[in-house]
Ligand binder design. Structure first.
Ligand code: NAD
Length: 497
């Protein structure tokens, strides 16, 4: 019988009362392996109430005690991350080494949050005015929500909750209903690390659960990651209900390869960034902009490398696993079909993949499309699969214009041997995260992650010092302690003196 994947509150599982569930599949076999609870609004309120109840106590817990729990969580995670990686592979489909990489990138944020005492330090000015001192402090917001997508069931939540918890907030995590088990495993780890009940909660569900988080006045801030239409909706609804919202959306990342680039290194990078995790990464490269007369040579090098990739069950010795659901696989295939019908050249055809895995798996091989035009749907839309489209242009200026004309601005990369052009690119490109001879420029935990334009709604990026600011509010205290002889009436506006 398929396992039930429940909510988590009060440091234990909570089945909820809705009675609604959704199937969870193993993408490598197509088998239903579990059924995830889908919260009713009432279930959502129960979980939110748990976070609200725990907030005053956690907020007043000393930084020393909070960081002890953080350090313990980090140690447990580090010791047992293989378990979490296996859960991710079983529900998402990505290969084990990639799942482990995801956990390690999330762990970096936990390690960053272990330094919260330093990160929360305010400023203090003595004698700003005569006998008056001014100090700035940062305080937690209250119960906050994290709503995450299917493609990084561990790392994306970890962009947010370690900092939120370390700063003294309580958290409700609403994971994707496609791969919900990682969240519950993480919750158990927090309990083992000594986190008090109610500080970290998991709410399983779909739009009903999200909508309650967006409108419920107890929730003070929302960190959302997902597709652009939902990110826009979450931002508009959450802010209309008075919440602080950062909503990270979809992407369409371009890599420009200039004629002076090392073409072998660039071809390796295109394969890694185009097909890693079956292209289901918001930082995947989905468009290669080949500049000048290198295109034939570069496309041939990529095609050679692509043909050697092993596609199969992520628990085996594969380079690339299946897509997350059959519906998503069929949608990606429809973009390849449309591109071909519109005149793109199918250089490598993933529709004819021979996967090393069960016949019921949601397989689609790496696909390389050449001569893609900007009016084709495979170019205009976020495909989110193992499809690399090649657009040919004549100059750097034309390539830059193409990147800047797109509605998204998550990641981009340039491959060149010319430092001057690279420097010009980092200055001129309208994208939040830029790689120079680096195909997937995901910032380390102490910098912040976030795109521009339709890739992020809100002003503050994820983790790093932005994360600390997002999960805290600034307060400035002006104080005077002196002998009673000082004073007197003065109705003028306060001035330094
Ligand atoms: P999604 O937008 O379908 O789902 C994201 C979350 O929103 C899930 O928790 C889901 O349950 C919820 N949701 C879905 N439909 C909803 C609705 N109508 N109302 C309210 N909530 C709803 O995204 P996904 O398919 O899970 O993830 C892939 C997308 O996420 C891609 O577009 C990818 O680019 C994006 N993504 C972006 C980043 C980034 O950092 N910018 C990172 C990872 C993924």
């Amino acid at each position: 019988m398929a396992a039930t994947i429940s909510h988590w509150l009060g440091n234990k599982t909570f089945t909820g009362t809705s009675g609604n569930t959704a199937p969870v599949t193993n993408p490598a076999t197509g088998a239903i392996t579990g059924r995830v609870a889908l919260a009713s609004a009432e279930d959502a309120r129960t979980v939110i109430d748990s976070a609200a109840e725990a907030f005053p106590g956690w907020r007043d817990t000393s930084l020393a005690k909070r960081t002890t729990v953080l350090f313990k969580f980090r140690e447990l995670l580090n010791d047992r991350k293989q378990e979490l990686a296996a859960i991710i592979t079983a529900e998402h489909g990505k290969v084990l080494s990639d799942a482990l990489g995801e956990v390690s990138r999330g762990q970096e944020v936990v390690e960053f949050a272990c330094g919260i005492a330093h990160l929360l330090k305010g400023g203090m000015t003595e004698n700003a005015s005569t006998n008056i001192d001014v100090a700035s402090i940062r305080q937690p917001l209250g119960p906050v929500a994290v709503i995450s997508p299917f493609n990084f069931p561990a790392m994306v939540p970890m962009w947010f909750f370690p900092i939120a918890i370390a700063a003294g907030n309580t958290v409700v995590l609403k994971p994707s209903e496609k791969d919900p088990t990682a969240a519950v495993w993480i919750a158990e780890l927090w309990a083992e690390a000594g986190l008090p009940a109610g500080v970290f909660n998991v709410l399983q569900g779909d739009k009903t659960a999200v909508d309650e988080l967006l409108i419920n006045p107890t929730i003070k801030a929302i960190s959302f990651v997902g597709s652009t239409p939902i990110a826009r909706y979450v931002y508009q609804t959450g802010t209309a209900h008075g919440k602080r919202v950062q909503a990270l959306g979809g992407a369409k990342n371009h890599a420009i390869v200039l004629p002076d680039a090392d073409l072998n290194a660039a071809a390796d990078a295109m394969v890694n960034a185009g097909y890693g995790s079956a292209g289901e990464r918001c930082m995947a490269i989905s468009v290669l902009v080949a500049v000048g007369d290198i295109a034939d040579n570069l496309v041939a090098k990529i095609a050679d490398r692509t043909k050697s990739l092993r596609i199969g069950d992520g628990t085996k010795n594969s380079d690339m696993g299946p897509l997350v659901t059959w519906q998503h696989r069929d949608k990606v295939v429809s973009y390849i079909d449309a591109g071909e019908a519109d005149g793109a050249t199918v250089v490598v055809d993933g529709r004819r993949v021979q996967a090393d895995g069960s016949a019921g798996g949601f397989w689609l091989g790496p696909t390389l499309l050449d001569h893609v035009r900007t009016d084709m749907s495979v170019y205009t839309d976020e495909v989110f699969g193992p499809v690399l489209s090649v657009v040919r242009v004549d100059s750097y200026d034309e390539a830059l214009e193409l990147v800047n004309a797109g509605p998204y601005g998550n990641g981009t990369a340039i491959f060149t041997g010319d430092g001057g052009v690279a420097r010009r690119f980092q200055n001129e490109v309208q994208v939040g995260m830029v790689g120079i001879n680096v195909p997937i420029p995901v910032p380390t935990a102490y910098y912040s992650f976030g795109g521009w334009k339709h890739s992020l709604f809100g002003d503050i990026h994820a983790h790093g010092t932005d994360g600390v600011h997002f999960f805290t509010r600034g307060k400035v205290v002006t104080s005077r302690w002196l002998d009673r002889s000082h004073g007197g009436i003065n109705l003028g506006f306060p001035q330094s003196g």
